[in-house]
Design a protein around this ligand. Structure first.
Ligand code: PY5
Length: 306
């Protein structure tokens, strides 16, 4: 097999390390048909001498919460999943920035929807990974698609099937020449990006939509709120209307993959002067230091791999 950039030697699967090319499932896997899986996206950062996993416990707790919402058996407890992630990283001897993808899904079996007593499959992929967005700042559109709602698919659960909503919005944006989408929630309030939380800055105050606006409660979002308050900014979680986006001084996305990504324009209207703003710059730089272990104050967020 030709080795491409994202391939590693092993995948952790149901308690064992499996060779990358042997990590396969049957086509009658339930999750392939119905999206019945939950997952996480976690990053580990290499600082030249140590690999640090960022907020591992918080991510795995969210995985367990997502499973609980759907009534999936999580197979392993928090410590079990934590062990799995570290085992996968160590087996692959990764000494580079890495994306970690734990996935728990309904496996092979009958084609019906009743999954009572069905076996779950658990895996952890570890993938060398740098930037999610190729550009240092992104141009985005407000999607014509609405974010899923708690009335249909609970957005607070990170469920595989929910991401068809994100793919619709993302591809509409890409096909129209934008880098990313912002989705409104079912009642028209600003929700989040296709795979990122959203912040705006107005007159020195930072605003972000509340958990009730159909967002996935991001761990990077929580991190940014903490860092911003520690730096001395006021952060307000409240509903944001679409028009507030256009007249914001600054806007940025937060997410494990996206990290802190400046938004330069929304619907072709420049945000502020269309360049990365001072608050965004401060938080982006702070975040990048924290994840690499350069800020002793936030060391408890880091799990060393080696
Ligand atoms: N909102 C959605 C819909 C997400 O998928 C994500 C994470 C976030 C917000 C941000 O959450 P966190 O800060 O906890 O990462 N998205 C995945 C990620 O790894 C990528 C999905 C393609 O960033």
């Amino acid at each position: 097999m030709m080795k491409r950039g994202f391939e590693t030697k092993y995948v952790w699967m149901n308690g064992r390390l499996i060779r990358w090319s042997d990590a396969k499932v049957h086509v009658l896997t339930h999750a392939l048909h119905y999206g019945t899986g939950v997952f996480e996206g976690i990053r580990a950062y290499w600082n030249g001498s140590q690999l640090y996993v960022f907020r591992l416990k918080e991510h795995l707790q969210r995985l367990l919460n997502s499973a609980k919402i759907y009534g999936f058996d999580a197979k392993y407890n928090l410590e079990g999943w934590e062990k799995a992630v570290l085992e996968a990283l160590r087996a692959n001897e990764l000494k580079c920035n890495t994306y970690i993808r734990p996935l728990l899904f309904v496996g092979y079996g009958p084609i019906g929807l009743n999954i009572t007593g069905r076996g779950m499959e658990a895996l952890v992929l570890t993938i060398p990974f740098e930037k999610y967005f190729e550009k240092p700042g992104v141009d985005v559109m407000v999607s014509t698609w609405r974010r899923i709602s708690d009335m249909t698919n609970p957005p607070g659960a990170k469920v595989c099937g929910h991401y068809t909503n994100s793919v619709l919005a993302k591809m509409e944006a890409i096909n129209n020449g934008y880098d990313e989408a912002i989705l409104l929630d079912i009642s028209g309030k600003v929700s989040e990006g296709s795979g990122e939380n959203l912040f705006i800055v107005k007159e020195g105050v930072i605003y972000t939509p509340p958990v009730s606006a159909g967002i996935l409660e991001g761990i990077t979002r929580r991190t940014v709120i903490t860092l911003a308050r520690d730096v001395g900014y006021e952060v307000v979680e409240r509903d944001i209307s679409r028009t507030e986006l256009y007249i914001a001084d600054e806007a940025f996305f937060s997410g494990t993959a996206a990290e802190v990504t400046p938004i330069l324009s929304i619907d072709r209207k420049p945000i502020g002067d269309g360049k990365i703003g001072p608050v965004t710059k401060t938080l982006k730089e702070k975040y990048e230091k924290v994840v690499k272990g350069d800020e002793p104050k936030y060391k408890e967020w880091l799990t060393p791999v080696y």
